[in-house]
Design a protein around this ligand. Structure first.
Ligand SMILES: Cc1cc2nc3c(=O)[nH]c(=O)nc-3n(C[C@H](O)[C@H](O)[C@H](O)COP(=O)(O)OP(=O)(O)OC[C@H]3O[C@@H](n4cnc5c(N)ncnc54)[C@H](O)[C@@H]3O)c2cc1C
Length: 324
């Protein structure tokens, strides 16, 4: 097992997931999660806005199996929409269908999403449907298709590691789209495994959507991709208001500020809430160098919790093994 697989495995560990909620932000997560409540999150969003950066807000949570939990998530997202409006924040919403009940019942999930999209529409707020693992791809697109009949404030994500991403970007070319490499562990039967293939497809999808004239969010921390896009838009006279760069909160902060200062639209993905664990483990899977955040926190006396010790031992164990 490599470190990527290890952290993806950790992200799906129910015990650690539940335990993490009880202990608040730990293990370095506080540097990449904007607090556990709406007030703290809005403050972070306002700070970004003051630096010319907009935000897409993610009320953390996914793979919910209880109706009560999905309804709670829906109400929290409705509160976030209200908070964006009252605070006049430059922000929109990113949500995950599995947090709103996709694994419980499709119609139940659709109803929850409809309430959210409809409330957001009142305030002219955009809703991005994040894309999750392959098993949820089709039902998520189905939800978008159905809700798009009545609402135009919806967009979604195309994950470049899927073979079918080319077909999907053609189908959804009239939507505002975020294009990413893809964050979940997927089998060879559905997704490219080789980084080079993923990167190549990523550029192809970005170029396709930029040329389509619809708004494109290029979501990556990869400076090579960003530099490529800068050249591509110049060569193809693509106006600055037709695209933006996106990065996750807490990552490459200097580059985020620099891109905004250079005049590019920049949007930071701002996750908040107590359900931070799965999100954080996926970030460690993407870039094991982020482990230094964990190691620093594990040796911080305040994090001497069940979670800290368990995760720290796992992580350090893997590192030691790797050195051998
Ligand atoms: C805003 C946003 C939204 C997303 N939404 C989704 C979604 O809905 N569904 C989904 O599956 N995935 C989503 N992702 C995750 C995405 O799919 C990738 O897993 C993730 O972004 C890692 O890929 P990357 O393009 O950033 O670059 P990587 O392939 O991780 O890195 C490429 C290179 O960039 C450099 N680099 C990367 N990170 C850093 C850093 N922190 N510091 C210094 N150098 C660095 C390194 O040189 C590295 O080798 C999202 C990502 C972002 C940024």
């Amino acid at each position: 097992m490599n470190l990527k697989d290890f952290f993806i495995g950790m992200s799906q560990n129910q015990f650690l997931n539940t335990t993490a909620k009880k202990y608040g932000l730990k293990l370095g997560a506080q540097s990449v999660v904007a607090g556990t409540n709406i007030q703290d999150m809005i403050q972070s969003v306002k700070e970004l806005n003051n630096n010319g950066i907009s935000a897409t807000i993610d009320n953390l949570g996914e793979f919910v199996l209880e109706e009560s939990e999905a309804l709670k998530a829906k109400n929290q997202i409705l509160e976030v929409i209200e908070a964006i409006h009252t605070n006049n924040a430059d922000a929109h919403i990113s949500l995950k269908p599995t947090q709103l009940g996709l694994d419980i019942d499709y119609e139940f999930c659709k109803q929850n999403l409809k309430e959210i999209v409809s409330k957001a529409k009142e305030y002219d707020i955009f809703i991005n449907f994040d894309m999750e693992d392959y098993g949820h791809l089709k039902p998520s697109f189905d939800l978008i298709d159905e809700l798009s009949v009545d609402y135009d404030n919806i967009g979604t994500v195309i994950q470049a590691y899927f073979y079918e991403s080319v077909k999907n970007i053609e189908k959804y070319k009239d939507y505002r789209l975020r294009i990413v490499k893809g964050a979940y562990k997927e089998p060879e039967s559905v997704a490219f495994q080789d980084k080079k293939d993923i990167d190549q497809n990523f550029l192809k999808l970005i170029e396709y959507h930029l040329l389509s004239g619809k708004f494109t969010s290029i979501a990556t921390h990869d400076h090579r991709v960003i530099n490529h896009v800068k050249e591509f838009v110049k060569e193809n006279n693509i106006p600055l208001d037709k695209f933006e760069f996106q990065m996750l909160y807490g990552f490459r902060k200097d580059m985020q500020l620099d891109l905004a200062k250079e005049g590019y639209n920049f949007c930071t993905y701002v996750p908040f809430g107590d359900d931070w664990y799965g999100y954080y483990m996926r970030r460690l899977a993407e870039r094991p160098q982020n482990i230094n955040l964990v190691v620093k926190q594990v040796f911080n006396k305040k994090t001497n919790t069940v979670l800290g010790v368990a995760a720290g031992a796992f992580v350090l164990g893997r590192l030691t093994k790797k050195k051998k």
